[in-house]
Write a protein that binds this ligand. Structure first.
Ligand SMILES: C[S@@+](CC[C@H](N)C(=O)[O-])C[C@H]1O[C@@H](n2cnc3c(N)ncnc32)[C@H](O)[C@@H]1O
Length: 313
């Protein structure tokens, strides 16, 4: 395999444009999985007619949404505009969800800029009928931003909402339980927490410290992608909040992590990205996994056929 990774496509519009001719989907089109399981669209999450076509009357048991966080200066909207935009895809998502289902949303809180957009997004979500807030999860990143005069920002926020009374399966980390104590009386006997436990490992709870952030040396790395979530985090969500055979949706597919997690865990996935390059990368990631068992490209390119793309200086 050639060692010619794509550059970050958000920072290299020229390299991104060079890939467009190699993308099978045009805006508005949908790839149907020949295995009859998944769908990948080149669609806009805020357009009702796009979402309706992707769903084709199906209802999902779980939505995992990872929108742009409105943090990148050159692409930043006014906060009020970002919230109006968010409300559109949130309402469309809720319409796609079955009665007892779950919605997870990844979001950022910029400590350099009023912690936006997280607090305003949370308040906007209070106004969405049918959704109940359930958990506010923080995943610890290894890298972050900060100065010598402030705490390093290494958080990734993940909001969990339910519609109705959804399925939930407790998950465990690989971290062994070591603390003794927490005595409690059970059936007249004083028990110690290690006796009561269902697992010898701890639960992730709502602070996830055990997930490695993606970087180029990881097997699952997809070069060119600038916002890829770790498969371990997405598989944790899929395992906790859906059952085999369920339908999972993700309208911001990017590197296709939710799609891959669903393939590995026996769920169906309907996913999309507004950018044809990312819809293509998601499909290629699934196809490659099916052919080789590999999770990503590590330090190679998902578009190997065109060699090293030109990179802006
Ligand atoms: C933060 S990334 C998602 C990362 C993904 N969870 C992963 O693990 O690779 C956000 C993606 O949303 C896409 N996007 C932005 N606006 C969109 C819209 N209106 N509809 C659909 N996708 C959109 C971007 O092109 C980008 O690929």
């Amino acid at each position: 395999m050639k060692n010619d990774p794509l550059p970050r496509l958000d920072l290299n519009p020229e390299a991104r444009r060079a890939l467009l001719d190699f993308c099978r989907l045009r805006p508005g089109e949908i790839w149907e999985d020949p295995a009859g399981l998944h769908r990948v669209g080149c669609l806009d999450a805020t357009r009702a007619e796009h979402v309706e076509r992707l769903m084709d009357h199906a209802q999902a048991n779980l939505a995992i949404q990872d929108p742009p966080y409105n943090l990148v200066a050159f692409n930043q909207r006014e906060l009020a505009d970002y919230l109006r935009w968010s409300e559109r895809w949130v309402r469309l998502t809720v319409d796609c969800l079955a009665n007892d289902s779950s919605l997870y949303v990844w979001l950022g809180a910029d400590q350099r800029n009023g912690f936006q957009p997280l607090p305003d997004f949370m308040i906007m979500m209070r106004g969405i009928k049918d959704l109940m807030p359930r958990s506010f999860i923080t995943m610890r990143n290894q890298r972050g931003y900060g100065t010598q005069k402030n705490w390093m920002c290494i958080r990734q926020e993940l909001l969990y909402y339910s519609k109705g009374n959804p399925f939930f399966a407790v998950q465990y980390t690989d971290i062994p339980k070591i603390l003794r104590g927490y005595y409690k009386e059970v059936n007249g006997q004083i028990t110690e927490n290690l006796e009561r436990t269902k697992s010898s490992n701890i639960r992730p709870g709502n602070v996830w410290v055990d997930v490695q952030q993606i970087f180029y040396r990881m097997e699952e790395n997809v070069s060119g992608c600038y916002a890829q979530k770790p498969l371990k985090a997405i598989e944790r969500i899929v395992s906790a909040s859906s059952s085999p055979g369920d339908l999972v949706i993700d309208f911001f597919t990017h590197s296709g992590t939710t799609l891959l997690a669903c393939e590995r865990l026996g769920r169906k996935c309907f996913t999309a990205d507004v950018d044809p390059v990312f819809s293509e990368i998601a499909v290629r990631r699934l196809e490659r996994f099916r052919q080789t068992g590999l999770l990503g490209w590590r330090n190679a390119s998902p578009f190997e056929e065109i060699g090293r793309p030109r990179v802006a200086a």
